[in-house]
Design a protein around this ligand. Structure first.
Ligand SMILES: *Cc1c(COP(=O)(O)O)cnc(C)c1O
Length: 486
């Protein structure tokens, strides 16, 4: 598809055109600079006016799809609106101009006490929200938090002299869980779910003394709460196995349940989902890890601590620590936004966010379960999984529906995940969408499904309004044609 706006800035170049005419200097730069520093050939920059450049990048930015533009129900990713005041806080020069190796304590200059205090307090707040003993803010993503957590589990067992080699991951867990456990050196045992959740009888079949721990995503990838948790905790405790809670989607439970109180030993959170940083696009993220008392010695270094005189400092003296998991102290800007967000909302606000996320998901589920199969059609948490199987009679698939939604100006839901539902469409409306938006989306999706049923060809050809139409996805991945000539 040809579109003049999509030309690269180089193609738009008009030799001789300039943005500004600097005042004539008495001497040119080539006379003033040492000869050895002069460029031998022109830099190859495009020639454009300032207005050309502004329009070029503004038009490109409009090609981006973001949650600030329209509804983005991408399940498991929590694409919600993040209030802009948190960006202002993270952009304060007192924070952005800090150097990571500034002296910490009074005698040495005391130049970063504020930043250390923010880290300390954020850890305390997360401990309170999750009921854990301590947190580290170092991991840079959810999966990185999982790796950190499973390494902590390994360190605990090694220290105790336990010979444990396995980690159990239910098939309803997030896909990163088994990957993280494997990278941490464990053998992964897959546990089939029953009626969408972990079944203690199935667990009993794989549980023995070689099990180091179990990783549970709760709510799981079907958006369902694991209601057998108390029994599962008890069973794992009986073989000295640790419980890992994938809390990436904490907006389903915060203010309602505390992971530590439920008996979990390790939890990771995705600040870039629940706590005011957008998820996706490759970062930056932050996946803090919280632990129960018995795992505190193994946390990564450094750890921020408070002295009796009220000063904060970084302590590296933890001989049992798993060591460094990230350079310096994690993604501090993301932590700042989370801190501002938690303080602004307070306990009541965070609880309300959970209630709204769960309400929105259930509302959308009820509006759509007449037109799509919902295999586990009961009260869900922050998201639900539908299936396009009921449309297979008319040869319309989840992929077709996702592509048709793009033409309507929506981001598609997550498709073909989790693997345990055929033709899965996973919707997560999040807490920040209004009833109007949810209704408009449901109306549009219902109309679109009727169109697809009546005319499957239309569905197979979507999208038709975007710069790229339907691709042969396998060929597109294997045999990439890169071009700037869209
Ligand atoms: C998003 C997500 C992850 C992974 O987080 P990343 O930051 O993308 O690595 C893990 N578990 C669950 C349940 C998630 O939703």
């Amino acid at each position: 598809m040809k579109d003049a706006h999509m030309n690269t800035v180089f193609k738009k170049s008009d030799p001789g055109r300039e943005g500004v005419w600097p005042a004539k200097a008495e001497k040119s730069a080539s006379e003033l600079l040492p000869q050895g520093l002069l460029r031998q050939k022109p830099a190859g920059l495009p020639s454009l006016s300032e207005l050309d450049v502004v329009r070029h990048f503004t038009q490109l930015s409009r090609r981006n799809y973001g949650v600030d533009g329209n509804f983005y129900p991408l399940g498991s990713c929590t694409m919600k609106y993040n209030p802009k005041f948190t960006e202002n806080v993270a952009a304060l020069p007192g924070f952005t101009r800090l150097h990571p190796v500034l002296p910490q304590l009074k005698g040495a200059g005391r130049l970063c006490q504020g930043a250390l205090e923010v880290m300390y307090e954020t850890e305390q707040l997360l401990c309170e929200i999750c009921g854990m003993k301590a947190f580290t803010l170092h991991p840079m993503a959810g999966a990185h938090g999982e790796l950190t957590g499973t390494m902590i589990i390994a360190a605990y067992h090694k220290d105790k002299g336990n010979k444990k080699t396995k980690i159990i991951c239910p098939d309803s867990a997030h896909g990163t869980n088994p990957a993280s456990a494997a990278i941490a050196g464990f053998e992964v045992v897959n546990l089939p779910s029953k009626d969408g959740i972990v079944d203690p009888d199935e667990l009993a079949k794989v549980l023995d003394d070689s099990v180091a721990g179990m990783m549970m995503t709760c709510p799981n990838t079907l958006g369902l709460f694991e209601k057998n948790l108390p029994r599962i905790v008890e069973m794992l405790r009986s073989v000295d196995a640790l419980l890992y809670y994938d809390g990436a989607n904490l907006n389903a439970i915060m203010g309602k349940m505390r992971v530590g109180d439920a008996g979990f030993d390790v939890v990771h959170l995705n600040l870039h989902k629940t706590f005011a940083t957008p998820h996706g696009g490759g970062g930056p993220g932050s996946g803090p890890v919280g632990v129960s008392e018995r795992l505190v010695p193994y946390l990564p270094v450094s750890r921020v601590e408070k002295l009796e005189d009220g000063q904060f400092y970084l302590n590296y003296a933890f001989p049992k620590s798993i060591g460094y998991v990230a350079p310096f102290y994690g993604n501090f800007g993301v932590v700042l936004k989370a801190y501002a967000y938690i303080l602004r909302l307070g306990g009541k606000g965070l609880t309300r966010a959970t209630e709204n996320a769960v309400l929105a998901a259930n509302y959308l589920r009820k509006r759509l379960d007449k037109v799509l199969d919902v295999p586990f059609d009961r009260i869900c948490m922050h998201e639900f999984v539908a299936s396009a199987c009921n449309l297979s009679g008319c040869h319309v698939r989840a992929l077709d529906i996702a592509k048709m939604l793009l033409d309507k100006g929506y981001h598609a839901p997550t498709i073909y995940f989790p693997l345990i539902v055929k033709e899965a469409l996973m919707f997560e409306p999040t807490e920040t969408e209004s009833l109007d938006t949810l209704d408009q989306f449901a109306d549009d999706l219902i109309a679109l499904l009727a169109e697809a049923k009546a005319n499957p060809e239309l569905a197979h050809n979507a999208p038709t309004t975007l710069p790229v139409t339907r691709l042969d996805e396998t060929r597109a991945a294997r045999n990439m044609e890169l071009t700037d000539d869209l």
